[in-house]
Write a protein that binds this ligand. Structure first.
Ligand SMILES: [Zn+2]
Length: 120
């Protein structure tokens, strides 16, 4: 038996405009994960705004996690230095990081290997 968790969010349709790059993977594989459960190689599509709607990034990007340090000096990590819970870094953009609260929800397309493994 599998366990499923339902999240109280609304996943809107991916914007079809000049501001958003086409999604290069099949959107049918998109899933919602906690940021702390995102793995290297997962394709990150969106975060969720305060009104719990998907907030798509202009372009998808692969996760490549790093340890979070509020003192890393990138100019972004320091913004979560006072976050009350754990923080994870989902990407390094060559000089600045992509820190997320560990319990934030992310819309991702898991790696193909992970999709196969989780179908189990
Ligand atoms: Zn940083």
């Amino acid at each position: 038996m599998k366990c499923f968790e339902f999240f109280p969010v609304i996943v809107t349709r991916y914007p079809q405009d000049e501001d958003h790059a086409p999604i290069l993977e099949d959107e049918v594989h998109a899933r919602i994960y906690y940021a702390e459960d995102v793995c290297d190689g997962d394709l990150i599509l969106a975060s969720f705004s305060d009104d719990r709607r998907s907030d798509y990034f202009n372009d998808q990007y692969p996760a490549s996690g790093y340890a979070y340090s509020p003192d890393c000096g990138c100019g972004v990590c320091c913004h979560l230095a006072n976050h009350p819970g754990p923080v994870v870094v989902l990407a390094d953009w060559g000089g600045w990081c992509d820190p997320w609260p560990a319990n934030a929800l992310a819309l991702i397309i898991p790696t193909e290997e992970r999709q196969i493994r989780e179908k189990g």
